[in-house]
Design a protein around this ligand. Structure first.
Ligand code: ATP
Length: 643
């Protein structure tokens, strides 16, 4: 960042102090980012822009907060559930009305150009404007997007079109393109959230150095920047809420952030994740000489249960979605689990479908039959049993940095078993190969997916929010043969069925997600594992997501397009026989040479509605699976992976 402080300070002085941040300043930054694929450059452009905003952040940091949200195309923390993502046809209608063009012409342009944002920008460019509109501010754009996202009920479609039309009238240049893309739900400039977190941390560190106005050595600065990034990243994974983090950063700097922002009941933290292993031998190799524990890996839905100081109880999914409306019975049961001394807590657990009569666990399929919303306790037919496996917060204190052994002891001390409703994940600390094998068999017999093997003591057993950690290993029955794990992929395309399947999509094109480029990369075409009933359900789910053209952030072989493209939303879990390098598919392209990786003989397992489309198996993971397959003496299959 040599020279950054001086140049930015000069640049920022052109912004009137206290004046709102112009939206065009943000879109100029987006334009800069759009023109490069280099991570470092993207991060630098954004840092410089955020530094400017941080020097003039608005009251309570409001403008900085809004800018941060607009960069990741959100309006609030994702657990609050207010989302952008307006349907294509509605946006086309609004563009048509505001530019005086016919919707059919806009659709035709979209087919040629492939980006509605660009089509809108070009359509506006052709318009004669009499007077220059008043420049848009970040505050106004943010408020309008909020209004659009919150509009519900009768006439909501028309009201949304009205809002969009009005704001388009005031857009100039590339503002139009980015507003439209924001409305669609993705900016498509390759700006990943982790880059935003880094840039935000760097901007605040640079601002602090700027305030000190003294000469700083490059190595001091580099060290501070790296530490700042680490702190903001960690705090964000514990408290994923920029509404709290941004003002705290402005008030206390990165060094004061940890003290100001701690895990808080009511705000879901990003869950710790596990690494797959293929054999007991691999578990023993990885944990050799270390203390560990094996737990049943229950086959249900992750439930992060929070008890707030005010008595409120909230259940969050793996994805930080508020699931309280799905689990009124679970919420009613909570007071029975805890002693009177417990005033607040956060537990990590699995909610599993349960047969009260036979006292047996039921498979995930039964749980998925439960309604997601507005469930009334008296209508519930599928009961759930909660199996707690971690305690993250208790009576005002975060336990994340304690050893698992201690967290488990606290969990068992303050919580009690309630038959058919609440218990602890069954565990065994036996660590010989035979003991693990026996426990694995037992877990399968009891209706679980396998085992979770976790470090039990030392600093390696702390709870690591959002990390796919080597201190948690999963050992699933399915892995013992095959690739090593199932994958969660996003449906990006469909092929019309033949024969009996003409009214549905007979096969689907699936993609993984590359977190660096923010692109979906095709990985396989799947047509097996579906029942006729499932195909009908999938058709109903996917039909409304059909697009006129492929999205720019879906990477696919242009010579073999599917019959239809979809908005990447639906996530499915699949198993496959093996992975191969492919001239057609694009998964992890660049990580194993020019070719992509494809899944061979994929089989549908289940829909994963607890995962977002950008929270699926990453390109990096696909590449790791491929490498493990090669290391395990498997084939380095090349050239196949076609249809
Ligand atoms: P990913 O595929 O991204 O790793 P996932 O949600 O598909 O995540 P897995 O990694 O397969 O899940 O396994 C971890 C999941 O297993 C947890 O998210 C949790 O829902 C479930 N689970 C069941 N029992 C346990 C346990 N004892 N400890 C931790 N997780 C458990």
């Amino acid at each position: 960042y040599a020279g950054t402080l001086d140049s930015v300070t000069k640049d920022a002085s052109q912004w009137k102090e206290g004046a709102p941040v112009p939206y065009s300043a943000l879109t100029d930054c987006f334009d800069q980012i759009d023109q490069t694929t280099k991570r470092l450059l993207i991060s630098n452009y954004l840092t410089q822009f955020l530094l400017k905003v941080a020097m003039n952040p608005g009251q309570n940091g409001e403008d900085l907060k809004r800018v941060v949200y607009l960069c990741i195309n959100r309006l609030c923390p994702d657990y609050m559930g207010i989302e952008l993502g307006i349907g294509e046809s509605l946006i086309i209608k609004a563009i048509a009305q505001s530019t005086g063009r016919k919707p059919a012409d806009i659709k035709a342009d979209l087919l040629k150009v492939g980006d509605l944002g660009l089509v809108a920008e070009q359509s506006k460019g052709r318009q004669m404007t009499l007077a220059k509109p008043k420049p848009l501010t970040v505050a106004f754009v943010f408020k309008t997007l909020e209004d659009i996202a919150k509009t519900t009920g009768a006439q909501s479609q028309n009201r949304k079109v009205g809002f969009i039309q009005k704001i388009l009238t005031s857009c100039q240049g590339s503002e139009t393109r980015f507003i439209i893309r924001s409305l669609e739900g993705k900016l498509r400039i390759g700006l990943a959230e982790k880059t935003l977190v880094t840039a935000l941390a760097h901007a605040i560190v640079l601002k602090e150095f700027g305030k000190m106005k003294k000469n700083v050595s490059q190595s001091d600065l580099a060290e501070k920047l790296a530490r700042g990034n680490e702190i903001v990243k960690q705090v964000y994974s514990e408290l994923p809420n920029y509404d709290i983090i941004v003002p705290a950063l402005l008030a206390h700097g990165v060094d004061g952030l940890r003290a100001a922002c701690k895990l808080t009941p009511g705000v879901p933290l990003k869950p710790m994740l596990a690494k797959p292993t293929k054999a007991i031998g691999e578990v023993l190799d990885r944990f050799e000489g270390k203390e560990f524990t094996c737990e049943y890996k229950y086959d249900g839905e992750r439930a992060q249960v929070h008890l707030l100081e005010n008595g409120e109880i909230v259940v969050f999914s793996r994805n930080s979605e508020n699931m309280s409306a799905k689990y009124p019975d679970l919420i009613e049961s909570v007071p029975k689990w805890v002693g009177p001394e417990v005033k607040s807590f956060v537990i990590d657990s699995e909610a599993v479908a349960y047969d009260l009569q036979t006292k047996k666990l039921l498979p995930f399929q039964d749980l998925s039959r439960r309604k997601r919303k507005d469930v009334r306790t008296e209508d519930i037919t599928v009961r759930v049993h909660v199996f707690a496996f971690d305690l993250l917060y208790l009576n005002g204190e975060s336990l994340l940095t304690k050893e698992l052994k201690d967290r488990r002891a606290l969990l068992q001390k303050h919580f009690k078993l309630v038959e058919g409703e609440f218990g602890f994940a069954k565990s065994s600390d036996g660590n010989s190969s035979d003991q693990i094998a026996e426990f694995l068999d037992e877990s399968i017999k009891d209706g679980c997916e396998g085992l979770m093997v976790k470090r039990l003591t030392t600093g390696d057993s702390t709870y690591e929010p959002s990390r796919r950690s080597i201190n948690w290993l999963k050992l699933k029955k399915d892995y013992l043969s095959g690739v090593g794990d199932s994958m969660d992929l996003c449906v990006v395309g469909g092929y019309y069925g033949k024969g009996k399947r003409t009214n549905v999509y007979g096969a689907l094109l699936l993609a993984c997600f590359d977190e660096d480029s923010e692109q979906w990369q095709t990985a396989t075409k799947i047509g097996t594992g579906f029942s006729e009933q499932q195909l009908v359900e999938l058709y109903d789910l996917l039909k409304p997501l059909e697009l006129t053209v492929k999205r720019g952030d879906v990477l696919a072989d242009p010579s073999k397009p599917p019959d239809v493209w979809f908005e990447p939303k639906v996530v499915m879990e699949v198993l496959c026989a093996d992975l191969s390098l492919s001239p057609i598919y694009k998964a992890a392209q660049g990580l194993q040479g020019e070719k992509g990786i494809s899944l061979r003989f994929p089989r549908f397992i289940r829909l994963r509605d607890d995962k977002d489309a950008d929270d699926i198996t990453s390109a990096e993971q696909v590449s790791e699976f491929y490498e493990n397959q090669v290391l395990a003496g498997g084939k380095k299959t090349d050239g196949g992976g076609g249809d």
